[in-house]
Every structure is written in structure tokens, then in C-alpha cells.
Design a protein around this ligand. Structure first.
Ligand code: SAH
Length: 399
């Protein structure tokens, strides 16, 4: 049997159902497992603790698939995990508030490295770990059979983590089953429509995880002059527009994202809101607005991940503090800042501290009117704190 044996006293995290085993916890590997293959996991005394997928090149050497010593994962087991994850989204299928949501959310759904998103008829997958790729065919088959009215499965596994996993960069994008998706898939959240480019978009095409935050921003946007920093395809700005913002400025460094934001605007003929598009670096543009004396009633800051790993924390906190400080100074009295961090390495406490320091330096008092996090289709496993990566603070200036 292929197996790994843990070092003495390094079984704590597996026993406590954490899905990652780091290379330093491993005393030995037996049976020469191939990349992604399933290995039994034993403690130093030879007691089997479960089963995981072997990643020979990654620091995370094994990702747990089964914590049941008697249940070695096979295709039927993996199919069951996919079916269970899809089944947990039953509410999303029936309540119809949206036709785009996450079906499988990696470790937190018991399927390490596996992401699958639903975009009105198409499933887009991201297989980011050796084990996920090892089980690719089984996972695709399962999605096809358990997702109702699935027209096709598309692969968007062109992610950096594949390199760390020692997986080939080829064959990561394209149709895996069924039909080719259209160039743009139209989805909706409530009454707001968005076009999604699943071939070239970020992640699998859209920031589905910010759905709840978009609703909160919308609920506060009526009558405001709103600045949407790091707008991507316009999500928060479109939510503010639908809620009756006076003006929306969509600000992003990527022209292609802004072009799609404009197409999104054109999907609905709402004429009350003036929308402008600014292609610029947020760090520079906020300084320019400061120098021009421009003010806003609402500012959204939803930057890309500033820290991938703990080692980049200093740089990341400097980045968050800089943009938050600048934005706080651009706010009118009683204005709202909705500020986010999707860096897993930055904890909720640290993020709040950074915002507190920014407010202090801006010499303005704020109150927290809402905290947001990833939407319910992006759950975080209770045994997997790393699964809670997205945090948001909605702050109101008190003067
Ligand atoms: N708020 C978006 C998602 C933001 S993703 C949504 O809800 O859909 C991060 C975006 O930041 C990307 O579109 C990227 O092009 C943009 N970006 C990254 N660095 C930037 C910078 N320095 N200035 C402006 N935009 C930047």
C-alpha cells in the first residue's frame, strides 16, 4: 500500500480534521506514489488516520480526502463528494435570486483544490491541486450527472498554484464536456444583469464571492456619488446604479475589464445615474483626486490579493493602509467606505487594525455599519480557517 508516515507529535492537525499535511510533518513516503495519487496517512505509531492526495512538489505534500481510516477514496467516493457539494446548494437552484453561484468550494466542501462555478447552463472548473487533477475525469462526470441542465463543463485551471504543484501548464483551458460556452454568458443577481467572460475573466469569470457585499453596497448607495475602485467588470458600481446612485465612477487599471463594465451598463436602460470609466492605477488616481479636491459619498475598495503568503504581510498591510487612508480623505461627511481584503494571510483582526490606523492618520472617526464576507456558496470549513479568506468592512464617516 502507498502511504505516508507522520513524524511523532505531528498528527495533531490531521486528527483535528485539518486537510493539509505539510512536508515537514512527514517522516517517510512508502510505495512511490505518483503525483495526485491517493496515499494512506499513518501516525508515527502506525495507526491509520485517513487518506489523502499526494503532491510531491508542493509544501502541502498531502491533502486529505477521507478522514475515515476504513474508507479509501475511489471514484464512487469522489463522485459522492461532488454530489453532496452540489446538493448543499439546493437553495440557490430553487430561490432564483441568481443563476450564477459556486457549486464546489475546495477544501471547505471536502474536495481540496477543486472549484466549480455555475453560470446559467455552464459549469466552469478550476483544478488547482495534484489530487484535483488526478480525479479530473471523475469530477467532470459527476458534475455532468448531478448538475441539472448542465450544457457544458469548461476548464479554467490556468492558475499559478498549478506550478507549485508540479502540474503541467498545458491543457488547462478548454471544453471538458458538452458544448462550448458562448463568448459572454449573461447572468443576473436580483434584477441586475452581468456579462461573464469565462474564457478570459478573472477566477472562473466573475467575483461570485462578493454577491452579499454587492447587496449591502446597493442598500446604501441611493443618491450617492460613488467611486468603485478596482471595479473589474463593474459589479459594485452596477449594484449602486441599480439602487439609484447619482453617479458611478468605475476605476480599474485594465481597459478590457472596463469595456465589459460598459457592456454591462448597456444591458439595462437606467438613465438616472451618470457613469464614467477611468482606466488608471488606483494608487495614483486617488492621489490625483486628492490634489483636485474631488469628493465622493461612497467609495468601494476591492483590490486584488496583496498577500499570497504570510511573508508578504508587511507589503500587503502597507498597500491596504495606503488606499484606505487616501479614500477616507476623499469622503464627504457621513460618507461610506466599503473596503475589502481577499488575502487569506491577512486576518480579519489585522485588516480592521489597518483600517483603524488609516482612519487615525486621516483624522476622521468612522463607525462600522456592516461586516461582510464571502457569500454562502463559498463556505469556510469550521476545521479549515484558511477557507475564510474574504472580509469586508462597511464604514461610515461620523463627520
Ligand atoms: N471589485 C471587483 C473585483 C476586483 S478584482 C468585482 O466585484 O467584480 C481586482 C481588480 O483590480 C482587477 O480588475 C484588476 O484589473 C484591478 N487592479 C489591480 N491592480 C490595480 C491598480 N493598481 N489600480 C487599478 N486597478 C487595479
Amino acid at each position: 500500500m502507498k502511504k505516508i508516515v507522520l513524524n511523532p507529535k505531528r498528527d495533531y492537525s490531521v486528527v483535528h480534521r485539518h486537510p493539509w499535511i505539510f512536508s515537514g510533518a512527514i517522516r517517510g513516503v512508502e510505495g512511490n506514489p505518483a503525483i495526485g495519487e491517493t496515499v494512506a496517512v499513518e501516525d508515527a505509531k502506525g495507526t491509520r488516520l485517513g487518506w489523502g492526495s499526494f503532491s510531491p512538489s508542493s509544501q502541502i505534500r498531502v491533502r486529505m480526502l477521507s478522514f475515515d481510516p476504513e474508507r479509501e477514496p475511489d471514484a464512487g467516493y469522489v463522485t459522492g463528494l461532488v454530489a453532496a457539494a452540489v446538493g448543499r446548494r439546493a437553495d440557490f437552484w430553487v430561490n432564483c435570486c441568481t443563476n450564477a453561484f459556486r457549486l464546489v468550494h475546495g477544501e471547505s466542501d471536502g474536495l481540496p483544490g477543486v472549484v466549480a462555478d455555475w453560470y446559467d447552463g455552464w459549469v466552469v472548473v478550476q483544478l488547482a491541486s495534484a489530487g484535483a487533477v488526478f480525479w479530473q475525469d471523475t469530477i467532470v462526470e459527476a458534475l455532468k450527472s448531478f448538475v441539472p441542465e448542465c450544457r457544458g463543463v469548461y476548464n479554467r485551471s490556468d492558475v499559478d498554484s498549478r506550478v507549485r504543484e508540479g502540474l503541467p501548464a498545458e491543457g488547462t483551458v478548454g471544453v471538458l464536456a458538452g458544448e462550448e460556452p458562448p463568448e459572454l454568458i449573461e447572468i443576473h443577481e436580483g434584477t441586475i444583469r452581468y456579462l461573464v467572460d469565462v474564457r478570459h475573466g478573472h477566477k472562473t469569470g466573475f467575483y461570485l464571492d462578493q454577491r452579499d457585499a454587492r447587496a449591502v453596497v446597493g442598500s446604501l448607495a441611493n443618491g450617492t456619488e460613488m467611486l468603485n475602485c478596482f471595479s473589474y467588470t463593474g459589479g459594485f458600481g452596477l449594484a449602486a446604479r441599480a439602487a439609484g446612485a447619482l453617479s458611478v465612477t468605475q476605476l480599474d487599471i485594465a481597459g478590457a475589464a472596463l469595456e465589459l463594465a460598459k457592456k454591462n451598463e448597456e444591458l439595462d436602460h437606467l438613465c438616472g445615474t451618470k457613469v464614467e470609466y477611468v482606466e488608471a492605477d488606483v494608487f495614483k488616481q486617488l492621489r490625483l483626486y486628492r490634489d483636485q479636491g474631488r469628493k465622493f459619498d461612497m467609495i468601494v475598495l476591492d483590490p486584488p490579493k496583496f498577500a499570497d503568503v504570510k511573508g508578504q504581510l508587511m507589503r500587503a498591510t502597507r498597500g491596504y493602509k495606503d488606499i484606505n487612508l487616501l479614500a477616507m480623505k476623499l469622503l464627504r461627511p457621513n460618507g461610506i467606505i466599503a473596503t475589502f481584503s481577499c488575502s487569506g494571510a491577512v486576518s480579519e483582526e489585522l485588516f480592521e487594525t489597518v483600517c483603524r490606523e488609516a482612519a487615525f492618520d486621516a483624522r476622521r472617526e468612522f463607525q462600522i455599519v456592516a461586516r461582510t464576507g464571502q457569500a454562502a456558496d463559498h463556505p469556510a470549513g469550521l476545521f479549515f480557517p484558511e477557507g475564510r479568506y474574504l472580509k469586508g468592512l462597511v464604514l461610515r464617516a461620523m463627520s
